[in-house]
Design a protein around this ligand. Structure first.
Ligand code: PLP
Length: 445
């Protein structure tokens, strides 16, 4: 164990980590095993994985069927290229399956290995779409502040969380950010997007991208009319609307895709995470029949865009089995039902404890906001690191959650596996109550 920690410190640069902290302290937990909603570390300590790791292990840990699906596919054909006119059955089957599940206007899929690649691919596809129609000046992408779209060059630039911009040094040109509907309301956000579009010149805007619920921004649920207004706005300006369903896809919000809650169809959708529940890296972009039609008709020669793993047969076989499990076990419905219980529990905690502000959730994507005085809308001083303290208190109780803290917010995010059972939701809520109470006591509020 000590040797592992030393090698981890010396050789493993962790994603989204403080390299200095890691050098000093080493890995805090080395996980060894997962089953259902639980992870167990090398010391035998068991945790509720209330984040589905990175919002992605939708069917829960330890599902042998996925290993079996991967093994069978690897035995037969682990990999062969899908470049140009080569193809293979699992990826064809998966494309058909996802087209059947997606909104009726979205039927053609470009595969990637994750969310960032999917969003960068969407940006290139949409710019190509305009270029081949004789409008190359339409190349700007509008996105939301506090939106998260990944860490590839375009995805970082579309991301509206400034902390992620530092490493890029410089954002790509042609990315502009507008106000968030959770903070500014539907009208505030729409007004801000209109202002951005008018300032840049509507004839220069290629697309608007948003998550149905902004996950990494702190599970920011927009007002219920928001995406209808977005649809109207995009139609007014003739702008392509890209829904980033990387977190919200595949049952997370109690519907197969997050945008179903607003009854709106996007022109493109990006997905990753829950499509394989993390058992294999996979993502993709689904384009509308209209966009696909233009690409077919006007694209000249080869589409010079494709990853080695665009259409990986083993990833596709794993995704097909994962989706089969989601459907067979009614996990979308379970997400809705357990999500209601979780939200009810959050509301009860808010009624009982003094330091809870807004609580929110759609399906199994939820958040609890901590405040010094919710009735006066007074936040804690950021130096107190209240969300971090609650996360630590949860960790000690064997619960893994995620803190989001910016501009004085202290948000605890939840995204448990969709297989969570009623008793497990209750246990999670009980541990949350204990953790928040302990921190409140420590802060004497
Ligand atoms: N889009 C959203 C909404 C995400 O939450 C994420 C990752 O958390 C991404 C894109 C990037 O996906 P990946 O980390 O697979 O590149």
């Amino acid at each position: 164990m000590d040797q592992l920690i030393e090698w981890d410190k010396k050789h493993f640069i962790h994603p989204t980590s403080s390299i200095r902290d890691q050098q000093e302290k080493g890995a805090k937990v080395i996980f060894e095993k997962g089953e259902g909603i639980y992870l167990t570390d090398k010391n035998g300590k068991k945790y509720i994985d209330a984040m589905s790791s990175l919002w992605n292990v939708n069917i829960g840990h330890g599902r042998k069927e996925l290993g079996e699906a991967a093994r069978q596919q690897m035995d037969q054909l682990a990999f062969s290229s899908a470049f140009s006119t080569f193809s293979h059955e699992p990826t064809i089957q998966l494309a058909k399956k996802i087209a059947d599940l997606a909104p009726s206007n979205l039927n053609a899929i470009f595969f990637t290995s994750g969310g960032s690649e999917s969003n960068d691919s969407a940006f290139k596809l949409v710019r190509h779409y305009w270029r081949i129609q004789g409008q190359p000046e339409r190349n700007k992408i509008v996105s939301l502040k506090r939106g998260y779209h990944g860490v590839a060059a375009g995805a970082t630039s579309a991301t509206g969380i400034p902390e992620f911009w530092d490493m890029a040094g410089q954002l790509q040109s042609g990315f502009v950010h507008a106000a968030t509907p959770y903070w500014e309301g539907t009208q505030g956000s729409i007004k801000s997007i209109r202002e951005v579009i008018e300032a840049e010149g509507p004839e220069t805007i290629a697309a608007f991208i948003a998550e149905p619920i902004q996950g990494a921004g702190g599970v920011l649920v927009p007002p219920s009319d928001y995406f209808q207004e977005i649809r109207k706005l995009c139609d007014d300006y003739g702008i392509v609307f890209i829904a980033d369903e990387v977190i919200t896809g595949f049952g997370r919000t109690g519907t197969m895709f997050g945008l179903e809650h607003s009854g709106v169809q996007p022109d493109m959708m990006t997905f990753a995470k829950g499509v394989t529940s993390g058992y294999f890296p996979l993502g993709g972009v689904i384009v509308s029949d209209q966009i696909h039609g233009v690409l077919k008709e006007k694209s000249m020669g080869t589409l010079f865009h494709g990853f080695t793993y665009s259409g990986h047969p083993t990833a596709a076989a794993v995704a097909l089995k994962n989706i089969e499990i989601i459907e067979k076990e009614g996990l979308v419905e379970n997400s809705r039902k357990m999500g209601e219980l979780l939200l009810e529990g959050f509301k009860k905690l808010k009624a009982d404890l003094q330091i809870i502000g807004d609580v929110r959730g759609v399906g199994l994507l939820g958040a609890v906001e901590l405040m010094e005085d919710p009735s006066a809308n007074k936040r804690f001083s950021p130096e107190l690191k209240v969300a971090g303290k609650v996360i630590e208190a949860l960790h000690q109780r064997g619960v893994i959650c995620r803190a989001v803290a910016y501009e004085g917010t202290d948000i605890i995010c939840f995204s448990p596996p969709l297989v969570i059972k009623e008793e497990e939701v209750k246990t999670l809520l009980e541990k949350l109550r204990e953790a928040i109470s302990e921190v409140a006591q420590e802060l004497s509020v």
